[in-house]
Write a protein of this length. Structure first.
Length: 152
């Protein structure tokens, strides 16, 4: 199993590598299929719309970097892809980019008796997202949002 310190090292390395190329590091997941480790990385351009060719290039460059740094120390499969239309919204920057768009929010604890809300992202600050739903505005702390996605 991947240790928390290894996850942090990978996230830092990927973020720094992508920032140098003006690519936004969206998310990082790992899973085992049998004994094989699969690293899945979501990348995008700040203005959106990363191409398949760019993902392939990032995959090759990141693979070389991971081999040079020898962080993982074993066999793995690396996948770099676009987050697609159903991209997860996690950070203030993600929500800011999606102002006035409808999203589904999943919470890690019930808010107003519900674990899930749907509404329009009205405003975002450093700590909260303001969701418009049925004529009401709900103020939700970012820390309580487990995940969110745009309604397509």
């Amino acid at each position: 199993m991947i240790q928390e310190t290894l996850i942090k090292k990978l996230e830092d390395l990927i973020s720094a590598s992508f920032a140098d190329k003006n690519i936004e590091f969206i998310d990082f997941n790992y899973r085992y299929v049998g004994k094989s480790l699969i690293l899945s990385i979501l990348a995008d351009k700040p203005q959106g719309g990363i191409t398949l060719g760019e993902c392939a290039l990032l995959n090759r460059q990141l693979g070389i970097l991971l081999e040079e740094k020898n962080i993982i120390g074993g066999d793995y499969t690396l996948e770099v892809s676009s987050p697609g239309l159903d991209r997860p919204l996690k950070t203030q920057k993600d929500f800011q980019r999606c102002l006035n768009k409808e999203a589904v929010f999943y919470f890690n604890e019930p808010l107003g008796g519900k674990y899930q809300w749907q509404g329009v992202i009205g405003r975002v600050d450093e700590e909260r997202v303001f969701i418009h739903n049925a004529g009401e505005i709900f103020e939700v702390p970012l820390i309580k949002i487990n995940k969110a996605q745009l309604v397509i």
